[in-house]
Design a protein. Structure first.
Length: 334
């Protein structure tokens, strides 16, 4: 299949911009705190004002409900930002808050202790942020807890570091093409992570799985009566990488976009397997988010590298948090 060349100064500049954004995404703890912004139609992607129905149903579990997780749970940069420490970047309209509202849980019956940049170690130990320290997230659990959601693992697997490395590898290729006219590799990032015949990303995902298993065992020990759900990550990219050309241009090879999609699928598969092994439920958010990836324009649930004003790159927007909340509610009520 013919692939459009990414050579030339314009492509190199595009790769530099993309790398700068994704490096910002990777320098603060994995899936957290990217900073770039753009104007334009992306404003609509911040999400409609509707949210999951606040009316409890007979199938709704009683609280207390405790939400654990990283920035995909906390709602990084989605206003209004609430709670302490402020460095955790929790939104009042993140999916835990929407789920709690729909289940009629408030006050002492709902605790959101998720925190931007969290790894599994931050569930059992304190996490220092740019603005305050978050206590160990598992300290929010007790024998009275009846519902727990866990959205963690992406930072342990270094997923955003992989995204940043893909940007770097494609940047190097673009510069080499521009300056020396060298031949383009079909997938420089895939080649980088497969060097020596080893799947380095898969190793990181498997190691994250071991840590998640230990966390889920501790959740069960501290909250033996709780229903526990591991929440997966929404689709970042479309099944057809060429659909991202209008958003990402030619700065990243389509084959490398496909590689990133494959690795996110592996991450979600690991989360599902570890949930099942621990006797917990798994909330698939990749399936309902299909067609709402970062390249889906106003329909997107995840912001692209150049997000709508005030939002975080490569993170769910308000519409995405609503979609994830709906998936969680379906699992909890089922």
């Amino acid at each position: 299949m013919h692939r459009r060349s990414s050579g030339g100064p314009a492509a190199a500049r595009g790769a530099v911009l993309l790398a700068a954004v994704l490096l910002a995404a990777g320098c603060t703890g994995g899936t957290d705190r990217p900073v770039a912004a753009e104007s334009g139609p992306g404003r609509a992607a911040a999400g409609p004002s509707t949210s999951p129905s606040p009316s409890p149903t007979p199938a709704s579990p009683a609280g207390p409900y405790v939400a654990l997780g990283d920035s995909y749970t906390s709602g990084l940069r989605i206003e209004p930002q609430v709670g302490e420490p402020r460095g955790c970047a929790r939104s009042a309209v993140n999916y835990p808050s929407l789920v709690a509202k729909a289940l009629g849980l408030a006050g002492a019956s709902f605790r959101d202790v998720s925190c931007s940049a969290a790894r599994t170690a931050d569930l059992t130990g304190s996490q220092r942020t740019d603005d305050g320290t978050n206590p160990p997230q598992l300290d929010a659990l007790s024998a009275d807890t009846r519902l727990v959601t866990v959205g963690i693992g992406g930072n342990d697997a270094g997923f955003m570091e992989v995204v940043g490395e893909c940007a770097r590898q494609n940047l190097v290729q673009s510069l080499a093409q521009s300056l020396a006219g060298s031949a383009a590799a079909a997938a420089p990032c895939r080649d980088h992570y497969a060097s020596g015949g080893a799947d380095l990303v898969r190793r990181k995902v498997d190691a994250a799985g071991e840590k998640l298993a230990a966390v889920l065992a501790e959740v069960r020990r501290r909250a033996p009566q709780a229903r526990v759900f591991v929440v997966g990550y929404p689709a970042l990219l479309p099944a057809d990488p060429s659909a991202c050309a209008p958003v990402l241009g030619a700065s990243v090879a389509p084959a490398d976009l496909g590689f990133l999609g494959e690795k996110e699928h592996e991450l979600n598969s690991m989360l599902a397997e570890r949930a099942a092994a621990a006797g917990a439920g798994f909330v698939d958010t990749a399936t309902p988010s299909a067609g709402h990836d970062m390249c889906a324009g106003a329909a997107r649930w995840v912001e692209p590298p150049f997000p709508a004003p005030g939002l975080a790159a490569v993170h769910p927007n308000a519409q995405g948090q609503q979609g994830i909340a709906a998936a969680v509610l379906q699992a909890v009520r089922g």
